[in-house]
Ligand binder design. Structure first.
Ligand code: S3P
Length: 424
């Protein structure tokens, strides 16, 4: 599907964005291996989270989906059954990496595969630590999916994370639930901690002492109800749009503001953006708030170090905002962008280039000159949901109608993105 996005004179109103992708995945996975029924509200029905549901159904878990209300009839830590055929994770890196930690410890074998993008995403990062725990994972594709996992008895390890990755950390933590002994993970740079929060809520024994994470064995996890907050990674498109489109004022309701995810708020504030956090509250151990943004004169900034994992998925749309700032913005330490759903350093500079904007690619990020004119044009999503939505935000400040080709990939994380944009 192609989508036409016109330049806008103003964006005004209140919106509610879909549920958090990371939390939705985890609620289904942890609910499946907990005892009892987990009732999830605000679930993200995007394709990635539906892939997680389909995998756990194949593993014998009964899951009822009623719009954003999902009930997982968990069977406890030892309740999964051997699947009859291959588990298809679709486009979802979170699904394949997290589920591998669980499957490594079962008493059956299975095969995991996904789409062309998944087959290019590095899996050695989970195969290495899980193998140290005793896992038996075969990749016929040199460290990429498809993966064949032969279930084994696992033992605890002490492991230092070479990259800040919540997916790798979560995969090890899930394996640790089945392993003999206490697992220790050293995390030099913090990544999102939804796994630690939710697993503890379900009865796990995970502690974080200044980046040293320990997971002690427990006999069982117990189901809990989960209210999924709105996804700050989806809110980021409307934050950026509200800051750069003239005469705008947007309130985004019910957004998760876990401090391991709020780098984008800090970055926009550092640029002089009007970003106001209102109505703070908490749900299931996760902080939630409404976010108010208004058109602002942005100034360039430098992103590097610890903030990068706290806004890794928001850097594509941050780059669009930086094109509209005064001065030159530099993004460093962000090599991880190259191994997302697409190489986002390359795809963002290529597509924004088609709108007349120049982004200089570097080995670990990009250099973005500000005050650039954005023209209308035709851009390609590269089947990457965040590239499509970031290009849509750029189109809002273009000089006409921009066409996004293969625009429906937004269904991965934000199925009604274009309708929400029109509503403003
Ligand atoms: C995610 C972690 C991040 C993020 C991804 C979701 C998660 O990946 O980019 O969209 O739910 O754990 P890494 O942890 O691999 O950086």
């Amino acid at each position: 599907m192609d989508k036409i996005i016109s330049a806008k004179k103003a964006l005004r109103g209140r919106i509610r964005i879909p549920g958090d992708k990371s939390i939705s995945h985890r609620a289904v996975m942890f609910g499946s291996i907990a005892k009892g029924d987990t009732n999830i509200t605000g679930f993200l029905t995007g394709n990635d989270c539906m892939s997680t549901i389909s995998c756990f159904k194949k593993l014998g878990i009964d899951i009822e989906v009623n719009g954003e209300n999902v009930t997982v009839h968990g069977k406890g830590l030892r309740g999964l059954a051997a699947p009859r055929d291959m588990l298809d994770v679709g486009n979802s890196g979170t699904t394949i990496r997290l589920i591998s930690g669980i499957l490594a410890a079962q008493d059956f074998d299975c095969v995991l595969n996904g789409d062309a993008s998944i087959q290019k995403r590095p899996m050695k990062r989970i195969i290495t630590p899980l193998s140290l725990m005793g896992a038996d994972i075969e990749s016929t594709n040199n460290g990429y999916a498809p993966l064949t996992i032969h279930g084994r008895r696992l033992k605890a390890i002490e492991y230092t994370m070479p990259v800040a990755s919540a997916q790798v950390k979560s995969s090890i933590l899930l394996a640790s639930l089945f392993a003999e002994g206490t697992t220790v993970i050293n995390e030099p740079v913090a990544s999102r901690n939804h796994t630690e929060i939710m697993l503890n809520y379900f009865g796990a024994d995970i502690k974080n002492n200044n980046g040293v994470i320990t997971s002690a064995p427990v006999d069982e996890l117990y189901a809990k109800d989960i209210e999924v907050p709105g996804d700050i990674s989806s809110a980021a498109f409307f934050m950026a749009a509200g800051l750069i489109v003239p005469d705008s004022h947007i309130i985004i309701e019910n957004v998760g503001i876990n401090p391991t995810r709020t780098g984008i708020i800090d970055a926009f504030k550092a640029m002089g953006g009007y970003v106001n956090i209102i109505n703070k509250r908490s749900s299931g151990g996760e902080p939630v708030a409404d976010i108010e943004v208004k058109t602002s004169s942005l100034k360039a900034t430098t992103l590097e170090g610890d903030i990068i994992p706290r806004m890794i998925d928001e850097i594509p749309v941050f780059a669009v905002a930086a094109l509209c700032a005064e001065g030159t913005t530099v993004v460093k330490d962000a090599e991880e962008l190259k191994v997302k759903e697409s190489n986002r350093i390359a795809t963002m500079s290529e597509e924004l280039g088609k709108l007349g904007a120049v982004i200089e690619e570097t080995d670990d990020g990009m250099i973005i000159k500000g005050n650039q004119n954005i023209s209308a044009g035709t851009v390609y999503s590269h089947l990457d949901h965040r590239v499509a939505m970031s290009c849509a935000v750029a189109a809002l400040v273009g000089d006409g109608d921009t066409v996004i080709t293969d625009a429906d990939c937004v269904g991965i994380s934000f199925p009604d993105f274009y309708e929400k944009l029109e509503s403003l």
